[in-house]
Design a protein around this ligand. Structure first.
Ligand SMILES: *Cc1c(COP(=O)(O)O)cnc(C)c1O
Length: 429
């Protein structure tokens, strides 16, 4: 058997940093990333055969747990007919219809292969539709890795302590206005200054790439109104929150209709799918109908679409989201209880099947507050939990995820382990 350490050493020779997406490298927590061999339900197994309870869930897609039998079967059936045709298939319409039936602000969908592609296209579409140039994004929100959105971004960039990427010319980001999440005044000022030329606001309706940070009461409604008043478009980047926090996603939860929605992660059920959705009069600006160009060799890939359909169908089961939220609440409230009992400044929060844990006595409401959590303590906690068989996101700037297979037993086991770990950390600090 080859060890994680050997695999990582070998990977580093041939792949920059040994990984194909930066956070996987464990840079901010230190130590050796686990090379995963297989996954089933709430569990993953590494190359050394060690089992972990997984709270990353492939960063969101695995809402039904890993290797969901219906999803795997759909994929196997689809594979038998060939892998990719570069021509339309019936399944693409079926997936589009499933999404549209659940998210009322969407009348038409264009499928792509990642969240990055979806947000990049959404920005181009907003600019093409409005004939305006500037865009507003919020510090700590992550919208994929296209140039104009890599300014003060969350997720891996935050983890590496380098929130703005090098290699992005300032001319590419001069039209990106970066404001503070949950700060209404800063948005008002930006519109006073540039209102005539603001194409769109793009926002994670529940921020999940600077740990979990909820919108304050009225924040999203304010964004909706100011966009409408200025003929700018509101883009909800629901790549993470889409079908994660409820069947109608974050927009359904808050009762706010964005103009454009971007999706990915869950809608691909573990395979590469992203989507841009909006009203018809916006979507018709996309090629081939309109002048905003967008394309993809593997867009709407039949295997990926089959996984997406099989996943979305199961989310409509009665009480699916009620149970998911109940279990997520159990996990986070119990973690908070045992953490505080051991004397730590520790908080937690959740929405639907996503959660945040914070080494701080208050749940953060902004990027600044999210960054002020104790990252040294998180590091220790992360590694002790990992040793004991609980796989948390290897960064304090990422949200955690539950699946429908994380039942009370799995959660109780996690809490028991956490209680032991907190007690051990208490002695050390
Ligand atoms: C994950 C994520 C993206 C990027 O999606 P990829 O499929 O990784 O390109 C964009 N926006 C949000 C909110 C995300 O969570």
């Amino acid at each position: 058997m080859i060890s994680n350490t050997d695999l990582f050493e070998r990977a580093q020779q041939f792949i920059p940093g040994g990984v194909n997406s930066p956070v996987r490298a464990f840079l901010s927590v230190g130590g050796c990333p686990r090379f995963i061999k297989k996954a089933y339900g709430p569990y993953i197994w590494d190359a050394e055969g060690k089992q972990y309870i997984d709270y990353v869930g492939s960063w969101g897609p695995a809402i039904l747990g890993h290797s969901n039998p219906e999803v795997i079967n759909s994929v196997i059936e689809a594979v038998k007919n060939g892998l990719s045709f570069g021509a339309p298939t019936e399944g693409e319409t079926e997936l589009a219809k499933l999404i549209i039936s659940r998210i009322p602000s969407i009348e038409q969908i264009r499928l792509v292969s990642s969240g990055t592609e979806a947000t990049m296209t959404a920005i181009r579409l907003a600019r093409g539709f409005t004939n305006k140039t500037k865009i507003i994004k919020f510090e700590g929100c992550y919208h994929g890795h296209s140039d104009s959105l890599l300014v003060k971004a969350g997720s891996g960039l935050l983890t590496l302590g380098q929130p703005t990427s090098s290699g992005v010319p300032t001319s590419f980001i001069k039209d990106t206005i970066v404001l503070e999440f949950n700060n209404i005044e800063s948005v008002e000022k930006a519109f006073e200054q540039h209102g005539k030329n603001i194409a769109c606001i793009i926002v994670e309706p529940i921020a999940g790439n600077m740990n979990l940070v909820k919108p304050k009461e009225g924040f999203l409604k304010f964004l909706r109104n100011i966009c409408t008043q200025n003929n700018s478009l509101l883009i909800f980047d629901e790549v993470m929150t889409g079908f994660r926090v409820g069947l109608r996603s974050a927009q359904g939860l808050f009762g706010i209709s964005p103009d454009i929605t971007t999706l990915a992660k869950i809608i691909g059920g573990g395979l590469p799918v992203g989507a841009i959705g909006a009203r018809k009069n916006i979507m018709e600006h996309l090629a081939p109908q309109g002048g905003v160009y967008q394309a993809g060799t593997l867009s709407g890939n039949p295997i990926a679409v089959a996984a997406g359909i099989a996943t979305l169908k199961q989310l409509g089961k009665p009480d699916f989201y009620e149970n998911l939220a109940k279990n997520t609440n159990l996990l986070t409230s119990e973690l908070q209880r045992v953490g505080r009992k051991a004397g730590f400044q520790f908080s937690s929060d959740f929405v639907g099947g996503m959660f945040g844990i914070y080494f701080n006595n208050m749940v953060p409401t902004s990027f600044i507050e999210a960054s002020s959590c104790n990252s040294e303590l998180f590091k220790c906690f992360f590694h002790e939990m990992l040793d004991q068989g609980v796989y948390l996101a290897p960064s304090s700037f990422e949200a955690g995820f539950l699946s429908s297979t994380h039942d009370e037993n799995v959660i109780q086991k996690t809490i028991d382990i956490a209680e032991k770990v907190f007690r051990k950390l208490e002695k050390q600090t």
